[in-house]
Design a protein around this ligand. Structure first.
Ligand code: ADP
Ligand code: MG
Length: 276
């Protein structure tokens, strides 16, 4: 895999992550492999505790890898730390679930968005221009720069978090349950924003969610995780039309659909259930 040869941007190969639990170890990832191409959105879906965040953390350098490799743009980043990891921060960013905990309440939006740039040595004028552009990207008014996080709603704060992730023009954003704390209407608007931003910037997403209904709206491909393993992956269309793994079928039945007749039909054929 070399940068620019048309290969994947991210390539995770047979990744194992163990956590220490007192005297024992717990294997959170049991040999996970996946790729994400430039401009691609890959969904990672599975129930709570299945290991989704652990994979995101390993990519971000926040979880220690036991074995396996993580390649990014042709480079082995599995154990990148220190200066190498700080350089990667320009290319790999993150948006977390919690729109209330992730923004420093004592900083203005302008300071929050400029900080990743000025910290890496960008001139203030350049940072100011980039901040204005990012606010436009996430559809927030330009006067947001002088205001504080507490003046914004949950959905607006998530837009700010997205702008902060975008400001260094990364190539990959790990989105860990980024809409899970939002009400349905806000969720829908923020998903649309993720889609628009991808179209406008060509950034790639690893989009983590416990909700298959969310990932199927935004992702090109979907990987289904169950107890530390990817049990099924494929194109969005194929996974949602014709899931192979029983666990994927369960997830699909648990996600709300627009067509109740089709859902009832699925229940019958997948689970052998009679639906009255
Ligand atoms: P998900 O994001 O799918 O809910 P996680 O990746 O957060 O799952 O967690 C996977 C498993 O690893 C869970 O059983 C969780 O309890 C465990 N786990 C996560 N982080 C740690 C940690 N720092 N130490 C020990 N166990 C952990
Ligand atoms: Mg998680």
């Amino acid at each position: 895999m070399k940068d620019g040869d048309g290969g994947p941007l991210l390539e995770v190969n047979d990744l194992v992550v163990d956590y220490r639990r007192g005297q024992t170890t717990f294997r959170a990832l049991k040999g996970v492999s996946m790729t994400i191409g430039p401009g691609e959105c890959v969904g990672l879906v599975g129930e709570s505790g299945s290991g989704k965040s652990t994979l995101g953390k390993a990519i971000l350098g926040l979880a220690a890898v036991t074995s396996g490799t993580i390649g990014f743009a042709g480079q082995d980043i599995t154990r990148a730390r220190g200066a190498a990891r700080r350089r990667l921060a320009a290319d790999i960013q993150v948006v977390f679930q919690d729109p209330y905990g992730s923004l420093d309440p004592t900083m203005t939006i302008g300071q929050i968005l400029a900080e990743p740039l000025t910290a890496s040595g960008a001139p203030r004028e350049e940072a100011r221009a980039a901040v204005a552009e990012m606010l436009e990207h996430v559809r927030l008014p330009s006067d947001a720069v002088t205001r504080y996080p507490s003046e914004f709603s949950g959905g607006q704060r998530q837009r700010i978090a997205i702008a902060r992730a975008l400001v260094r023009r990364p190539r990959l954003i790990v989105c860990d349950e980024p809409v899970s704390a939002l009400d349905l209407t806000t969720q829908s608007a923020v998903i649309d924003l993720f889609i628009d931003i991808q179209r406008e910037t060509g950034v790639s997403y690893l989009f983590v969610s416990h909700d298959l209904g969310v990932v199927r709206r935004i992702c090109h491909r979907i990987s289904v995780m169950y107890q530390g393993e990817i049990v099924e992956s494929g194109d969005n269309e194929r996974i949602t039309r014709d899931p192979e793994h029983p666990y994927t079928r369960r997830l699909l039945l648990a996600s709300p659909v627009a067509d109740p007749v089709r859902q009832a039909e699925r229940r019958r054929t997948w689970l052998g259930l009679r639906v009255g």
